[in-house]
Design a binder for this molecule. Structure first.
Ligand code: GAL
Length: 302
């Protein structure tokens, strides 16, 4: 196994590039499943798995332009191709396991592949972590715009969908229904007018932390974090973390492993063809007394 360099596009066990950008990880039955954007060919979201976070096995293109589509109780638009037959965009896919329904539920940011005006949330589900997900369409929660997003599952199973709204000016926090298949309340409109993107949430030492980026397209910027005593409680104002480029990364998600906090970020190559050179960063994150500290390392801190 070669050393995983921060900023590089890593390879799976078959020496193929791992395309799981803007993603998330889920620990299930002893495996870490890594889901993320895969913009190659007709793919949208791909899934890899690993026991040690270093050796990755490609599992499946879980959402593609040809995925099975099926409505759900939310009125959505079911389309995985735009009017011209081109690809749409499914960005920042996040997956949670719902213990009650035994389903893996995916939320993502949907755009029409031409511009960023749809600003919608997309929903999909599957009975296995790496099977072919069924696409349930996209919608605007309570009519709001919904762009960069994440999911967070609290200790009691309550889940939240967090997404940038009002042209990214405000960050909305929605509590999800118990089966994770709809939003059931808009519980916060955080940091209005402060333009936060790329949210990632973690609970450590009884404190909830949210990390976000500023809004500068593919270019990295100063990360900031905030804390709260509960997801629905009062969130602090934002404090800077890392340096003015968040060590050349934008947050994707935070993973807790063996008592450590791992910050996963994307080092985007840029738009167009450059997107495909986008790499990954894993930096160690420390949480203490409502403070988050991110450290830069050359190698992925796995
Ligand atoms: C970023 C966002 C990415 C992608 C990009 C497109 O701000 O976090 O997920 O949407 O803009 O320019």
């Amino acid at each position: 196994m070669s050393i995983l360099k921060n900023g590089a596009l890593w390879e799976d066990q078959d020496k193929n590039p791992i395309h799981a950008h803007g993603g998330c990880m889920l620990l299930h039955d002893g495996w870490y499943y890594w889901y993320g954007e895969d913009r190659r060919e007709q793919f949208y979201v791909s899934c890899y798995r690993s026991k040690d976070l270093k050796n990755w096995e490609f599992r499946n293109h879980i959402l593609t332009a040809g995925s099975k589509m099926e409505g759900c109780r939310v009125r959505t638009t079911l389309c995985l191709k735009n009017e011209e037959g081109g690809k749409v965009n499914l960005e920042r896919p996040k997956v949670l396991y719902n213990k009650e329904t035994k389903k893996f539920v995916l939320w993502a940011h949907y755009e029409n592949g031409k511009d960023y005006r749809e600003a919608a949330a997309a929903l999909a589900s599957c009975e296995s972590p790496d099977g072919d997900f069924i696409y349930h369409g996209h919608f605007n929660p309570y009519g709001y715009m919904s762009r960069d997003c994440t999911l967070f599952q609290d200790d009691d199973g309550t889940a939240y969908f967090i997404s940038a709204s009002r042209d990214n000016a405000d960050l909305h926090v929605y509590r999800l229904a118990d089966d994770y298949m709809n939003v059931e309340a808009l519980v916060h409109r955080l940091w209005q007018g402060e333009y936060r993107e790329a949210p990632a949430v973690v609970k450590a030492g009884g404190v909830y932390y949210m990390l976000t980026s500023f809004c500068t397209g593919w270019a990295p910027n100063q990360g900031k974090y905030a804390f709260a005593d509960s997801m629905q409680g009062r969130w602090s104002r934002l404090f800077p973390i890392g340096d003015e480029t968040t060590y050349e990364s934008q947050p994707a998600f935070i993973l807790k492993k063996d008592g450590r906090l791992l910050y996963f970020g994307d080092r985007w190559g840029g738009g167009g063809e450059k997107y495909f050179t986008s790499g990954y960063t894993v930096y160690p994150l420390e949480a203490e007394n409502k403070q988050l500290i991110l450290r830069r390392t050359e190698e992925a801190a796995l």
